[in-house]
Design a protein around this ligand. Structure first.
Ligand code: NOJ
Length: 562
């Protein structure tokens, strides 16, 4: 396996709206980010992935871009951005920008032109179709509820939008559109960025006949994923992007790819494929939903499913390709509330256990802002306190159109809503958690008086320092980056145990995902003559015999065996 700097890196994701507000308008901004770079340096991360900071009407908080080469007014100016980049580079931190090119905003100049007439030069920048029998061209359902098609009176046609109707899909079949995207990427590379995270990049190639999706239950709209996920020309487009742009820069790339399998993951990330370096796959994020019913249909996680899924990806990309590792991002609920335990007695210990389990796997770890201090999900009493378009559209459809019980819907929002990840970062115990001197655009989680970065940095035993240690261990020990993964005890419902092996060294990773005290019995396949404690979330007596021992609630231990 080839050594690469991006395999040895740890990435930290910033969702700028919620990170740090420097000017008191209640919205996080670029100067706010710059003011916190020493904090990130102390944590020890190597790369920042910055969610979109481009000009945007904010229908989907910046994932709807109206100018790819300008900075959103609320976030600051281009010179603020340049200063931020310089200050990152001065600290040895690289910057990965978000590339959102499956769709633009409907306020982008291209779309404003495109909708004017059928013969406008920009018409083919987007996907326009006539209606079918007085209805939408297909029965596909948008990721944000309703149809994927919006009727436009001016030309009596519909345009495709997989996300909101203010996010029209770009037409990648048009080589001029592809050229525009590549030029824009070069513009940012020339400004000094170090790579891109690519938003739903496996959606850019659509099947060309646009059929209806099967609809056995006779619903109004149904998912049409199979017609645009991993579509017919996706590899051709990514290889072209690589040839035209990525091959010219020593960069880091990760493609966000719902619905991708390890086999496809190898095609996207294989060494000789000349596409991307990593994908964000979603299999482990779907395990606490009822299969096929969408994210809001809640189901408990089965640890054996999580192990099966991680193992499939670890083994699937072990010879060729590379994994990304994540528990959180701006679209997911907080992991300590989700797969850990956020009650006061267990929050810290379970957050450390989850961190251990993830960071000892093979791949590049991503930390989402606030994860390193164990931020939790939030429960606002009223739907009016929520801001996310996905959540609000879903609530509206289920409660107001379908007449479902609002209390049940609130439970699914508390469990899965994206705003769980978007409450402001809790910097200290002062008003508004030190995020802003004004009124924040979304309420602060009231637990900020106990859970905040200041407290965590001061306490050597905090989750923050635990993450810091995990990051340092990765830098000091090749085995953490390059060791081969093998699952132990596949059928255990409480303990996730695995090994990593490199040369004659082995790491033995043991994580108790439960609040109970299961007994760990070392499998016969694990042989060693010497052992030392590599990292653990409780104090461990290094002389303890490990052939069989009782784990404490949410205990995580890693041994180095030789
Ligand atoms: C994925 C992004 O992570 C999410 O926040 C966004 O809503 C959709 N793509 C659409 O851009």
């Amino acid at each position: 396996m080839k050594r690469k700097w991006w395999k040895e890196s740890v990435v930290y994701q910033i969702y700028p709206r919620s990170f740090m507000d420097s000017n008191g308008d209640g919205i996080g901004d670029i100067k706010g980010i710059t003011s916190k770079l020493d904090y990130l340096k102390e944590l020890g991360i190597d790369v920042v992935w910055l969610s979109p900071v481009y000009k945007s009407p904010n229908d989907d908080n910046g994932y709807d871009i109206s100018d790819y080469r300008a900075i959103m007014d609320e976030f600051g100016t281009m010179s603020d951005w340049e200063e931020m980049l310089d200050e990152m580079h001065n600290r040895g931190i690289k910057l990965m920008m978000d590339l959102v090119v499956n769709h633009s905003s409907d306020e982008h100049a291209w779309f404003v032109e495109s909708r004017k007439s059928k013969d406008n030069p920009y018409r083919d920048y987007y996907i326009w179709r006539p209606g079918k029998d007085g209805k939408e061209p297909t029965n596909w359902e948008s990721a944000f509820s309703g149809s994927t098609w919006e009727y436009d009176e001016t030309t009596d046609e519909y345009f495709l939008h997989i996300f909101s109707k203010k996010q029209p899909d770009l037409n990648w079949e048009n080589p001029i559109v592809r050229g525009e995207v590549y030029d824009m990427m070069k513009f940012w590379f020339e400004k000094g960025v170090d790579g891109f995270r690519m938003d739903v990049i496996n959606f850019i190639s659509k099947v060309d006949d646009y059929p209806d999706a099967p609809n056995p239950e006779g619903k109004k709209y149904v998912s049409g994923h199979e017609y645009f996920m991993n579509g017919p020309r996706i590899h051709e487009f990514l290889q072209e992007m690589h040839r035209e742009v990525l091959s010219k820069y020593d960069s880091i790339t990760v493609g966000e790819m719902p619905g991708v399998t390890p086999e496809q993951g190898r095609l996207y990330t294989g060494e000789d494929r000349n596409e991307l370096q990593m994908v964000f796959q979603f299999e482990h994020m779907d395990l606490d939903s009822v299969p096929g019913k969408g994210k809001w249909a809640l189901a408990p996680l089965k640890l054996t499913d999580l192990k099966k899924s991680f193992t499939k990806w670890q083994k699937g990309l072990e010879e060729d390709g590379w994994n990304s590792l994540y528990w959180n991002n701006h679209d997911q609920p907080r992991i300590v509330s989700r797969f850990g335990n956020d009650s006061p007695g267990y929050r810290e210990i379970s957050a450390k256990m989850l961190a251990t389990c993830l960071h000892m796997l093979q791949g590049t770890p991503y930390i989402y802002q606030g994860e390193e201090i164990g931020m939790t999900n939030v429960k606002f009493d009223s739907i009016d306190d929520y801001r996310d378009i996905e959540t609000l559209n879903m609530y509206n459809e289920k409660v107001h159109e379908n007449g479902e019980d609002p209390e049940n819907i609130m439970v699914s929002i508390y469990t899965k809503g994206r705003d769980n990840a978007r409450t402001p970062v809790q910097w200290d115990s002062s008003e508004q958690a030190g995020f802003t001197t004004g009124i924040p655009w979304i309420k602060v989680n009231p637990n900020y008086t106990e859970i905040n970065a200041k407290q965590a940095v001061e306490d050597q035993n905090s989750i923050f320092h635990y993450y810091r240690n995990l990051i340092q261990l990765r830098k000091q020990h090749d085995i953490v980056v390059y060791g081969t993964y093998n699952l132990l005890l596949p059928d255990d419902e409480k303990i996730y145990a695995y090994t990593r092996t490199l040369g004659d060294e082995t790491l033995l990773v043991i994580c108790n995902f439960s609040g109970e005290t299961p007994v760990f019995n070392i499998p016969n396949s694990v042989n060693y003559t010497a052992k030392e404690v590599f990292v653990s979330n409780y104090e461990v007596d290094s002389n303890e015999d490990i052939t069989s021992f009782t784990l404490k609630p949410y205990e995580a231990r890693v041994y180095k065996l030789s």
